[in-house]
Design a protein around this ligand. Structure first.
Ligand SMILES: [Zn+2]
Length: 449
């Protein structure tokens, strides 16, 4: 079920309660994993599912000025077609600019592009480990395919996958996703790719050949936020923006966490909300309200503060524990500080989902990586992607003949690396795109199709 409400006027909608994992297990069209016997996988999944069967409640609200914000809610995705136990939910916000084409294209294609990048036949734990890399491949593929349409618009993407209590967030641009865990701690699960606030991204854009500066008036005074030139975009990452330099990349910041057994509230919103409200204020202003009322309250609060200056859209996703937990008093405090000390950008950590136990009051970090370099994002987890890398492009998934594949480790067309024969491999056009994104190649006059 896909629900989309155009954000015109004062659209306010909500989703009915939905149990994500329930009912009898169906083997459906389950494929056997190469390494692990099927029965072991299924036993493990059933054990995990019993511990992690949250209810999902969603609500959304929007006030449109330009009509370029879009939301996406899909509660009935399945890792294995026909297997109810493999159900997961996807929630996203797309804030378009210079038109709506990139936002609509991403809304319609991104989920499929991400799922196509996950090797078939994985058990739940392996699937969750594969997801961050698949998100990177899917975002880049969507951007590459959209550019073929000749449209110049662009979009932010904040894309959230909720599988049991495991939440994976991928984002480009400045549409933030925050978590309000039920112990009252508010944390940000995305990174703002705004040149004004992100020094590391300013350095990356400049090193890749872009220029970062403010608009200048005739008198020479500088006005407005920092922008990159050519193009004049305030963001350093997006999908689309064909008329801006290739250094505006679609490589998402990705964070994966495991919620405590008590669940939590995810709040996704476009910058119309975040320009008016801090994360803490947005979370606090709607505590105690249903997801539907919470989304309305956040939009109302944002408008009350600064008026309707931009499209203002909010999507609230409540991940609710299936049973009432009585949290011991001493546990209430335990995870608060640890949970919020999220690591710095580009610092990668990986905890296997199967080894992260459900905790009463603690958010467990499983993965975080924000680098814009594909060579750092697509080479992880060789035990899952290893075989596939020999025969498929790691980005567009096209089958490659032995003579076609170019190793991700091969450097640019104009430089040589020490290990050019190891996977993962890219097709020639994805290799061109990678080099262009890293400032090693100008695409002016070069067809990347
Ligand atoms: Zn490719």
């Amino acid at each position: 079920m896909v629900v989309y409400e155009p954000p015109s006027g004062s659209t306010m909608t909500s989703q009915a309660p939905h149990r994500m994992l329930s009912g009898k297990q169906s083997h459906g069209q389950t494929k056997t994993h190469n390494m692990v016997p099927l029965i072991l996988l299924l036993n493990r999944e059933v054990r995990g599912a019993k511990l992690e069967i949250p209810n999902i409640l969603t609500g959304q609200a929007s006030q449109a000025r330009k009509g370029e914000d879009f939301t996406f809610i899909k509660l009935d995705c399945q890792r294995r077609q026909g297997d109810e136990f493999s159900t997961f939910g996807v929630f996203a916000i797309f804030d378009g600019h210079n038109g709506v084409a990139a936002a609509i294209y991403s809304k319609e294609n991104l989920l499929n592009d991400v799922m196509c990048a996950i090797p078939p036949g994985l058990g739940r734990d392996e699937w969750l480990v594969a997801l961050p890399r698949a998100l990177v491949a899917g975002f880049v593929k969507a951007d590459k395919e959209f550019r073929k349409q000749g449209e110049t618009s662009g979009t932010t993407v904040t894309f959230v996958v909720v599988d049991g209590l495991t939440v994976t967030v991928a984002s480009v641009g400045d549409s933030r996703c925050i978590l309000d865990s039920y112990d009252g701690v508010v944390s940000t699960l995305t990174e703002d790719h705004r040149l004004e606030v992100n020094e590391a991204e300013r350095e990356r854009v400049t090193a890749s050949g872009g220029e970062v500066s403010r608009l200048s008036t005739v008198g020479g005074a500088e006005i407005g936020p920092l922008r990159c030139w050519p193009g004049g975009l305030c963001l350093s990452r997006s999908i689309g923006d064909t008329d801006v330099g290739e250094f505006i990349v679609p490589v998402p910041f990705v964070k994966q966490i495991k919620l405590p057994a008590t669940g939590g509230r995810l709040i996704l919103a476009s910058d119309g909300v975040w320009d008016s409200l801090s994360s803490e204020r947005a979370a606090k202003c709607c505590r105690g309200l249903t997801a539907e009322l919470a989304a309305r309250q956040i939009v109302k609060e944002a408008l009350r503060t600064k008026g309707l200056r931009d499209d203002t859209t909010c999507l609230v996703v409540d991940v609710i524990a299936p049973v009432k937990f009585s949290v011991p008093a001493d546990k209430k405090e335990s995870g608060i500080l640890k949970a919020l000390k999220f690591r710095k950008r580009s610092q990668q950590l990986r905890t296997r989902p199967g080894t992260a136990h459900v905790d009463f009051g603690k958010v467990v970090e499983l993965f975080e990586e924000g680098s814009a370099r594909l060579s750092e994002r697509l080479t992880s987890e060789p035990e899952i992607f290893g075989d596939q890398g020999l025969f498929n492009c790691a980005i567009c998934q096209t089958n490659l003949s032995v003579s076609e594949g170019i190793s991700l480790r091969a450097g640019s067309f104009f430089s040589v690396s020490a290990s050019p024969w190891e996977g993962p491999f890219l097709c020639p056009s994805c290799k061109l795109k990678k080099d262009a994104m890293e400032g090693k190649l100008t695409l002016h006059g070069v067809e990347v199709a």
